[in-house]
Unconditional design. Structure first.
Length: 257
C-alpha cells in the first residue's frame, strides 16, 4: 500500500471495522455492503444460495476495497449461524457492525396460509435476528462498541394484505430493536431499525405489474424507493448515529409517517 493509499484508508470512518451483512448478495443488502465498504469497513457478505450474485458484489467492491468476502449460511438455521461465526472468529475475531437484512416473503391470505409459509418467514426474518445478534453481542459489549441495524419494513408498521406472516416478523424486529437497545446503550452498542417502504429489488419485481401500479399510486413520492436509498440510511446510523438507538428510520417516500 502506498503512503497516499494508507492516508486515504485511515481517513475513512469505518476502517478497521468488520461488518456482516446478511442477505448481501442482492437488492438492499448488496447496496448496504457497498456503502459500508466505501466507508472503509471490511465487509462479509452472507447469502443463502446465490453464489454468483454474491461473487458479483464481491467483485464490485474489490475494485475499491479489497477487504470483502462472501460466505454461505442459512440464517434461519442456528447451526449455520454458529458455523458462520466460527468462520468469522477464526478470520477476524469480532464483528463491529451487524446488519440483519436477509428476508423473504411467502404471501398468502391468512385463511390459506400454510404452516410452512408461516414458519419459513418467521424463521428467516425474525428468528435469525436472535441467532445472529446473540453471537455478535458479547464481543461488542467487551469492546464497548457495536452497531446493529435491523432491516424491518413498512409492512411491520402498517400491516400488509396477505402478509400476516411477514408483518408479524417485521413488527417483531421493531420490538426486538427497542428492547435490546435498552440493554446495550450503556455499552455503546446501538440497535436500530431501518424500515424501507416499497423498494425496487427482486422482491418487488416479483409482484404482478398491475399490483405494482396500484402500490405506486399510494406512494406520496410517486415511485418505488431504490436499494441505494435504504443503504444510505444504514450508513448514517452506523457512521453518525452514536447517540441514536432504539429507533426506526423510515425510508418510504412518505408512505407511512
Ligand atoms: P431480495 O429478495 O432482493 O434479496 C434477499 C436477500 O436475502 C438475498 O441476498 C438472499 O440470498 C438473502 N436470503 C434470503 N433467505 C436467506 C436465508 N435463509 N439466509 C441467508 N440469506 C437469505 O430482498 P430485498 O433486497 O428486497 O430485501 C432485503 C430486506 O429488506 C429484507 O429483509 C426485506 O424484508 C426488507 N424489505 C424489503 C422491501 C422491498 O420493497 N424490497 C421493503 C421493506 C423491507 P440469496 O441471493 O442467496 O437468495
Amino acid at each position: 500500500m502506498s503512503l497516499l493509499e494508507k492516508e486515504l484508508s485511515v481517513s475513512k470512518p469505518l476502517t478497521g471495522q468488520i461488518a456482516l451483512v446478511t442477505g448481501g448478495s442482492r437488492g438492499i443488502g448488496a447496496e448496504i455492503a457497498k456503502e459500508l465498504a466505501v466507508q472503509g469497513a471490511t465487509v462479509i457478505i452472507n447469502y443463502v444460495s446465490n453464489i454468483e450474485k454474491a461473487q458479483q458484489v464481491v467483485d464490485e467492491i474489490s475494485a475499491f476495497n479489497p477487504n470483502v468476502y462472501a460466505t454461505q449460511a442459512d440464517v434461519s438455521n442456528t447451526e449455520d449461524v454458529i458455523r458462520l461465526y466460527e468462520e468469522i472468529a477464526e478470520n477476524y475475531g469480532k464483528i463491529d457492525i451487524l446488519v440483519n437484512n436477509a428476508g423473504i416473503t411467502r404471501d398468502s391470505r391468512f385463511m390459506k396460509m400454510t404452516d410452512e409459509q408461516w414458519h419459513e418467514v418467521i424463521s428467516t426474518n425474525m428468528n435469525s435476528l436472535f441467532y445472529l445478534t446473540k453471537a455478535a453481542l458479547p464481543k461488542m459489549i467487551e469492546q464497548n462498541y457495536g452497531r446493529i441495524v435491523n432491516i424491518s419494513s413498512i409492512i411491520g408498521q402498517s400491516g400488509g394484505f396477505g402478509q400476516t406472516n411477514y408483518s408479524t416478523a417485521k413488527a417483531g424486529m421493531i420490538g426486538f430493536t427497542k428492547s435490546l437497545a435498552l440493554e446495550t446503550a450503556r455499552h455503546n452498542v446501538t440497535v436500530n431499525c431501518v424500515c424501507p417502504g416499497y423498494t425496487y429489488t427482486d422482491m418487488v419485481a416479483a409482484v404482478p405489474e398491475k399490483v405494482q401500479e396500484k402500490i405506486i399510486a399510494k406512494i406520496p413520492a410517486g415511485r418505488f424507493g431504490k436499494a441505494s436509498e435504504v443503504a444510505k440510511a444504514v450508513r448514517f446510523l452506523v457512521v453518525d448515529g452514536e447517540y441514536i438507538t432504539g429507533q426506526c428510520l423510515n425510508v418510504n417516500g412518505g408512505m407511512y409517517m
